[in-house]
Write a protein that binds this ligand. Structure first.
Ligand code: ATP
Ligand code: MG
Ligand code: MG
Length: 380
């Protein structure tokens, strides 16, 4: 049995392990924490920091290739590993995706539009020239996720305050765009440059965190084709090898604009486990093992509902177990729990994919699931 290596121990890694194992591979996880969602299903785990030379050497010695599930894995760790074994995605691609300023520059270079923006690295960068970007959103260039590290701003004064609030680290000021919808495309690209895109997913959020994904997205066909072509263009320009997610805004008067990319499988692609011939995680394993890409054909309309730690608490703050039996009594429901020991508000604990013959029915069942579990309405 061949071993595949994985940097990171979260839920994306867990689902990667499961997909790789059903193809017959063993998975070796390197994670600083014991028994994380991935570590607890992996065939073996190296307990070490991502930059630990000995840990990385073990991965290189035992595996045929290494991938990552963790957006902020040090690009240097990937670089080090790539000197002895195949690593995908590359340190270069991951590095680009880790900095919003580089990311936007790269995407624009492919001829794909991004939100009007400006880099802010020091107080002196905040000037009258930024006024056309207001009202805007100031985002840290690095390390933001689930809407963290972002402040909405309406005046230069507020930009100044927000820059201090964010710790005066490298930031990007983006114009706030009138969003009609948010969609994403997951593209799998192998080392020969072969690409397979998944159907376009439509994303809805609550408090800055992905709440619901509807697939296929309710956009017209030409826009869907454009989104898939843009994702392929970005993956090609990066010479990307692996699974890449491209998040888009559908903007009033502008059409598709890329928001950001993620150099790994993505929460908005979890539906592919239950609704497509090949999941995003299986594609990641196939690419790493130099096997042909699988079919991304979606055989059933699907709605994915995220399960956040909030559901494990009563309104009074007492811990409780969500009512799984009631949810599982619905024949369209597929439940995925990530095995996290401690529930916390806002923490991703699992997801449910509702798979139905018609999208209308999947949307109806999603509402039943929300009602049973006490999940409120999405914000957008
Ligand atoms: P993720 O968890 O997807 O990585 P993130 O923290 O990287 O999130 P973004 O995707 O940049 O954050 O932004 C979070 C959300 O904020 C977006 O999904 C969108 O709803 C809103 N948003 C971000 N940028 C803009 C913009 N320029 N105009 C309007 N809305 C925006
Ligand atoms: Mg992000
Ligand atoms: Mg995002």
């Amino acid at each position: 049995n061949q071993w595949l290596g994985l940097l990171g121990g979260g839920q994306l890694g867990r689902m990667f392990c499961m997909a790789a194992q059903s193809l017959g591979f063993r998975v070796l996880v390197l994670d600083p924490a014991a028994n994380g969602p991935a570590g607890s299903v992996a065939d073996d785990q190296v307990l070490a920091d991502y930059m630990d030379d000995e840990g990385l050497a073990q991965l290189a010695a035992r595996c045929v290739g290494v991938t990552t599930e963790f957006e902020n894995v040090p690009a240097l760790a990937l670089d080090t590993l790539s000197k002895s074994i195949p690593v995908s995605p590359s340190a270069f691609s991951v590095g680009i995706a880790q900095n919003r300023i580089d990311e936007k520059a790269y995407i624009q270079k492919c001829g794909v539009p991004v939100a009007p923006h400006a880099a802010i690295r020091q107080t002196a960068d905040i000037s009258i020239a930024l006024e056309p970007l207001l009202p805007g959103i100031l985002k840290t260039a690095r390390l933001g996720y689930d809407g963290k590290g972002q402040v909405r701003v309406k005046s230069l004064d507020e930009v100044q305050k927000a820059f201090v609030e964010l710790g005066q680290v490298e930031c990007v000021l983006e114009q706030r765009l009138p969003l009609l919808k948010e969609v994403s495309v997951i593209v799998a690209r192998d080392s020969m440059g072969e690409c397979a895109t998944f159907p376009v997913a439509e994303n809805h959020h609550r408090k800055g965190i992905l709440a619901t994904t509807v697939v296929p997205a309710r956009i017209d066909e030409s826009m869907g084709a454009q989104a898939r072509a843009n994702a392929i263009a970005i993956a090609g320009a990066l010479d990307y090898v692996g699974v890449l997610c491209v998040e888009f805004f559908v903007v009033d008067g502008m059409g598709l604009v890329v928001n950001e990319i993620a150099p790994r499988p993505h929460n908005s692609g979890h539906y592919s486990i239950d609704a497509c011939v090949t999941s995003q995680f299986e594609q990641q394993a196939r690419i790493l093992a130099k096997l042909p890409l699988g079919s991304t054909r979606q055989h059933s309309p699907a709605v994915m509902v995220n399960l956040l730690g909030d559901l494990w608490f009563t309104p009074e703050g007492e811990e409780r177990e969500p009512n799984w039996p009631a949810v599982l009594a619905l024949p369209e429901v597929k439940l995925h729990l990530y095995g996290k020991e401690q529930a916390r508000v806002g923490r991703k604990m699992g997801h449910i994919t509702i798979v139905a013959a018609e999208l209308e029915r999947a949307l109806e069942v999603a509402q039943m699931v929300r009602d049973i579990l006490g999940i409120g309405q999405d914000d957008d």
